[in-house]
Design a protein around this ligand. Sequence first.
Ligand SMILES: *[C@@H]1O[C@H](CO)[C@@H](O)[C@H](O)[C@H]1NC(C)=O
Ligand SMILES: *[C@@H]1O[C@H](CO)[C@@H](O)[C@H](O)[C@H]1NC(C)=O
Ligand SMILES: *[C@@H]1O[C@H](CO)[C@@H](O)[C@H](O)[C@H]1NC(C)=O
Ligand SMILES: *[C@@H]1O[C@H](CO)[C@@H](O)[C@H](O)[C@H]1NC(C)=O
Ligand SMILES: *[C@@H]1O[C@H](CO)[C@@H](O)[C@H](O)[C@H]1NC(C)=O
Ligand SMILES: *[C@@H]1O[C@H](CO)[C@@H](O)[C@H](O)[C@H]1NC(C)=O
Ligand SMILES: *[C@@H]1O[C@H](CO)[C@@H](O)[C@H](O)[C@H]1NC(C)=O
Length: 874
Amino acid sequence: MLLTSPVSGDGENQDKMGSPCVSAITAVVLIRAVFSLTQVGLDYIGHHLDVRVKVMDNLLHDGEKHRLEIRMTNKGPFTIITQGWQIYFHSFFMIEPDFLPSSNGHMLENETIKVFHVNGMLFRLEFLPTFGFLRPGISRTINLMADDWAVSKTDIPGNWYVAADKLLPRVLNTTDLDPDPFVEPFVEPNQWKRYKADLYDPFSPSERYERYNTSDLGPEIAKYVVIPSPESLTLTLDGYMTVDSTWVIAASDQLNFEATYLEDKLGLYTSRIPKSSKVIFLELDDTEPGLDHDESYVIRCIPCANIVSIKAKRRAGVFYGVQTLLQLLASQDDGHLDGLVVTDKPRFGYRGLHVDVARNFQTKEDVMRTMEAMAMYKLNKLHLHLSDDEGWRLEIPGLPDLTELGGKRCHDLIETDCILPQLGSGPDTSTRGSGFYTVQDYKDILTRAAKLHIEVIPELAMPSHAHAAIKAMEKRYRHVLKNGNVTDANQYYLTDRNDDSIYLSVQMFNDNAINPCIESTYRFVKHVVRAVKAMHEGINELKIFHFGGNNVPDGAWANSSSCRELFSDYRLNETLQEELAKGYFLNRVSELILLENLKMGGYEDAYILNDMPYLNGTTDVISYQYQNLWEWGRGHWAYMFANSGYAVVLTSVTHLYFDHPYEPDPEERGLYWGTRYTDTYKTFGFMPENLYGNIETKRTGESITIEEVCGMLYERCVNLTKPQNLIGIQGMAWSETILKSEHLDYMAFPRLLALAERAWHKADWETIDNMEKRRKLIDDDWQQFSTALGYRELKRLDDVGVKYRVPPPGAKLDGQTVSMKSIPGLNMQYSEDAKVTWKEYLGPFYVQKGQKLHLRTLSADGQRKSRVVDLVIP
Ligand SMILES: *[C@@H]1O[C@H](CO)[C@@H](O)[C@H](O)[C@H]1NC(C)=O
Ligand SMILES: *[C@@H]1O[C@H](CO)[C@@H](O)[C@H](O)[C@H]1NC(C)=O
Ligand SMILES: *[C@@H]1O[C@H](CO)[C@@H](O)[C@H](O)[C@H]1NC(C)=O
Ligand SMILES: *[C@@H]1O[C@H](CO)[C@@H](O)[C@H](O)[C@H]1NC(C)=O
Ligand SMILES: *[C@@H]1O[C@H](CO)[C@@H](O)[C@H](O)[C@H]1NC(C)=O
Ligand SMILES: *[C@@H]1O[C@H](CO)[C@@H](O)[C@H](O)[C@H]1NC(C)=O
Ligand SMILES: *[C@@H]1O[C@H](CO)[C@@H](O)[C@H](O)[C@H]1NC(C)=O
């Protein structure tokens, strides 16, 4: 075996960390080893080098940096020589310069490794000769410092891999995240707290018990609770009827889809022959009072005539009436339906969900499943984040490189076949790092969306967040040039070759900003906008083109010759320079989009120059608000944009970011840059039209007052003077930590139901200023909502295959009796024998001192389990 060191007996001191001594004979062996590492050897390392990561401390440097310990153990029978191969891994945080090659070549004393920043979140670790060998059974630890903090398992992306020249890279087995994570448990506050002021600890079972502070009133209470709440639901108190298989549906041809949808759900037929009873009528009617709104509807359930009538002005209204009827029918057994009247219309015309398919790809099936569930709760906009640094996911006719290169991530350091692995996607294209929609896939999505009354809003990010696009157009340049036509090759080139600006984006890319000062950029944008518009045509008319636009890195284009040529004042001063280049891009791109008769969407900072909205506002330009961390002082931007004429969609990071964890727990998936956690209750309590009323906590968990944010006279917080410009709200499912279908469901559901509730229905409590009074009313409302959620809606989500998050139970110890709580209606279990057997929780039970219990909740259909939580009886 080539890996076996022929040198024996002298490895003792080299097996210890930091041994500085390398004997001449060892060096010779190492050099030999470099040339002799074979695929078998690299495979051996992949299979047997056990790597574990432990977050050691965030608090020592008060959240400015944190220390990671990486323990490597050779679990195989042969010695591993550590030269001639490298480890590639991902970090959300910049590894400290001390571990990177320093510019002056300075070596730390006792140094045994070096870490190189490749690009984005990809890093390479190399062993120095001082590291020595890794003998069988021996463990070695190395320490790394990284910026910021890491407080949860998903902060350490998996799929680390080993690579060597001319050999196929191999994943390090133990870092494959499924099923046994390689990240050591977080057991101490200095591991799970970000900085000293961090108030959050993982919820104990008793804290969680307190948070489930609604009583379980049983399924009865959920009977007439529709999610989202209708404008009015009145019982007519004239008996009930039973909708069984003898019923039929009657609908005009125009309502063919709505009728078929209802047929499928209820197992009924649509009848062409007029019947006068046992009929569900679906009708379009614009004469009926109360049906003034395009999405409004009226349902009448008339027991004496055995008739259900759903009327609406437009098809969308009929569809929403159908959704309400399905919930009412699901509330009781056997098709029981009381006499009642529902009249309804939405609060906002824009009720959206954003799904990031770029950071990690989400398959067509994922999108389809998500849309079915969106439609159940009357959401009507799907914002697809189709490109970013980490991937381009939509085939664009005429520019095949975008997806052929940009739709794949693999170990190709020069990015000619694929772009670099990111976010733990591993060395090959088998993970969700790779994937894209063909034109046909996309049209399939659009077709289904149109039926479900969902408008698809495509986003292709520019000028920054464009690493994948830039690399793809470089590839295009190279192969078109082979045909000898330079002009042609340069048609869609996205960067200025005479620009040596050095910059780093938020996600640590050094080459992710399209240059605004070259014509090929606008040729590219125009081509893409037109291609996307053409795909939508006749299926799901394109109305909004979202260009992203946020996070332009400081210094991008600072030294661009093209920009200098374009603006005589360029480089006069940095503020002016940014204004010129970014403003020029905004003007050109908005012109281009508006000329196609489209509205333009962008994240709020895309439009900000010198702290002010730059484009003159028009509601054809939509600003997506997100950075409302109150202590950042940007909370008022939403209203500022609305007042200056923009249309505004709230995607407030404090309440609507579904990529953030449900609990402040290291075991919970998600990023947390905006708030440590957002549970369904918090989303439910969001007040879109009382934005400053949502001011409550800082990112630390400390409370913050409206006066601290807005000033004593509220002078820093503009009031909303053009409420009509606030067009809606949207949940955000960014996908950095969404590595498979189940993760998407977990992060989006059930929070999405609370989003739908606030998007469709304005609660009375939203306008109440007195916090205590408001909290009481929210809690009453939440009681109804969570009862309907647990007793009815989660089961319906199970039925459509949505693997929503099952929340772990809370538990309270009273003397020697344990009570458990979860969402009302869900069954819970406990184990007294270390998870070997599980008992159903039927009510408070007796425990003994010193006993260790494990607790879990079951999904509504009993098929899935929550995270298990421990309870030790003192
Ligand atoms: C590592 O993974 C490979 C491929 O899945 C498998 O064949 C091998 O048995 C694993 N090795 C160990 C030591 O677990
Ligand atoms: C109920 O729990 C929530 C947290 O889930 C908390 O914000 C609220 O104040 C609690 N209400 C009462 C009445 O305890
Ligand atoms: C090169 O391509 C450009 C743009 O497509 C075209 O106008 C020009 O005629 C081509 N030149 C030659 C020499 O083929
Ligand atoms: C631009 O060039 C100047 C002079 O070479 C250099 O000092 C500066 O760092 C460069 N700026 C950027 C953002 O690269
Ligand atoms: C830079 O340019 C801006 C915009 O024109 C101007 O407001 C500012 O005063 C200038 N700053 C300096 C230091 O010249
Ligand atoms: C905004 O509009 C005003 C007047 O309507 C005009 O003078 C100004 O140039 C516009 N600004 C931009 C950036 O388009
Ligand atoms: C906003 O409205 C409130 C209440 O009407 C008022 O007290 C406050 O001064 C206003 N703020 C600004 C900045 O005009």
